[in-house]
Design a protein around this ligand. Structure first.
Ligand code: HEM
Ligand SMILES: CC(C)=CCC/C(C)=C/CC/C(C)=C/COP(=O)(O)OP(=O)(O)O
Length: 301
């Protein structure tokens, strides 16, 4: 082997190692969680402080990365059993479990500390609660009960409250509405995924609703019930005088669309295609509705 080839091999190995650590943090899910936290911060509308903003954003991102790393440490064996997850850094043998465990703990401690000291104790406590509900409740419950998904909706919905707390030091009604939006949004999002990957989940021993009821009827009904709850909660701000017509129109439009997709998923004879459409719809819903809420609060309201 020529020295030039050796150098390029080493560079390539280093790139693989970095990308393995990057993948441990579940970058897409973590980024969207940070964005929902930022929405909470920006929708709260108090005086701005750049120091708090930097520590709050950094702290939330590091908490999310830590939580994702610990989740992958705990789930390394079941991740190895599923097609969707078996290429992850731990089952693929790219990172050792001990390194992942300590990295996850270190990131979580640094993230909570940054929120606590850089923003305020309430933001820090909410960051800790997010990590705790994800790692100590949701992750172990996934193997035990189909209700784990509803428990998982807690850490999924807490980041906007971290942002609200960082901005105001307390949580006001719109903060709780944002929590409700995220909590109800997650059910159609996950029911669609749980249908698509039902064989994977079943073979790894996860009793998801689509594994417990393989017809998919219950998953469809549950997605629809939650899409209705989402539509109602997302329209509360106008009735409480907390936003203008712009947010209300966009929330109604995307909420009805999401509901129609959930109904289509519930009533389809072949759910495969509609489940993918419902999933893409879920991914579209959050940026559209949350971005409009911020614009509405800042410009029109
Ligand atoms: C009960 C809660 C949740 C569960 C069980 C869940 C599960 C999942 C799964 C398994 C996927 C991968 C789908 C695929 O490979 O096709 C996924 C994708 C995604 N989820 Fe969720 N999710 C939840 C909540 C959330 C939350 C709170 C957010 C953001 C705030 C989010 C954002 C995303 C995004 C952006 C994707 C697409 C990108 C990707 O595959 O990483 N999810 N979700
Ligand atoms: C600030 C902070 C700590 C933010 C993190 C927010 C967070 C942890 C959201 C979790 C949402 C959730 C239950 C996703 C599914 O995970 P899964 O483990 O079932 O997904 P998988 O099957 O892809 O592993």
């Amino acid at each position: 082997m020529t020295p030039a080839a050796t150098l390029s091999d080493r560079t390539e190995n280093k790139a693989i190692a970095w990308s393995a650590y990057y993948e441990l943090t579940k970058p897409r899910l973590s980024l969207l969680s940070v964005i929902t936290a930022l929405v909470g911060y920006l929708a709260a509308l108090p005086a701005r402080d750049v120091f708090v903003l930097v520590f709050f954003l950094g702290g939330t991102a590091v908490c999310a990365a830590g939580a994702a790393t610990l989740n992958q440490f705990i789930e390394r064996d079941t991740d190895a059993l599923m097609k969707r997850t078996r290429e992850r850094p731990l089952p693929a043998g790219q990172v050792s479990p001990t390194v992942a465990l300590w990295l996850g703990i270190a990131l979580s401690v640094v993230g909570v500390t940054a929120l606590w000291l850089g923003a305020n104790p309430l933001a820090g406590a909410l960051g800790l609660a997010t990590i705790f509900t994800y790692i100590a409740l949701y992750t172990p419950l996934k193997l035990k009960t189909r209700w784990a998904t509803e428990v998982g909706a807690l850490p999924g919905a807490l980041p906007p409250l971290i942002g609200w707390a960082a901005a105001e030091g307390e949580i006001s009604p719109l903060g709780w509405i944002l929590f409700g939006i995220l909590a109800f949004w997650q059910m159609p999002h996950f029911m669609a995924i749980a249908w698509t990957f039902r064989k994977d989940y079943g073979s790894a021993g996860f009793p998801m609703l689509t594994v417990v009821d393989p017809t998919g009827r219950k998953a469809g009904i549950w997605a629809t019930v939650n899409a209705i709850a989402l539509l109602i909660v997302s329209l509360l701000p106008i009735f409480l005088g907390l936003c203008s017509w712009l947010y209300t129109a966009v929330a109604a439009l995307f909420g009805i669309w999401y509901l129609l997709r959930s109904i289509a998923f519930a009533t389809a004879s072949n759910r495969d295609g509609v489940a993918r459409k419902l999933f893409f719809n879920s991914i579209l819903y959050l940026p559209a509705v949350l971005f409009t809420l911020v614009i509405d609060r800042w410009i029109l309201f």
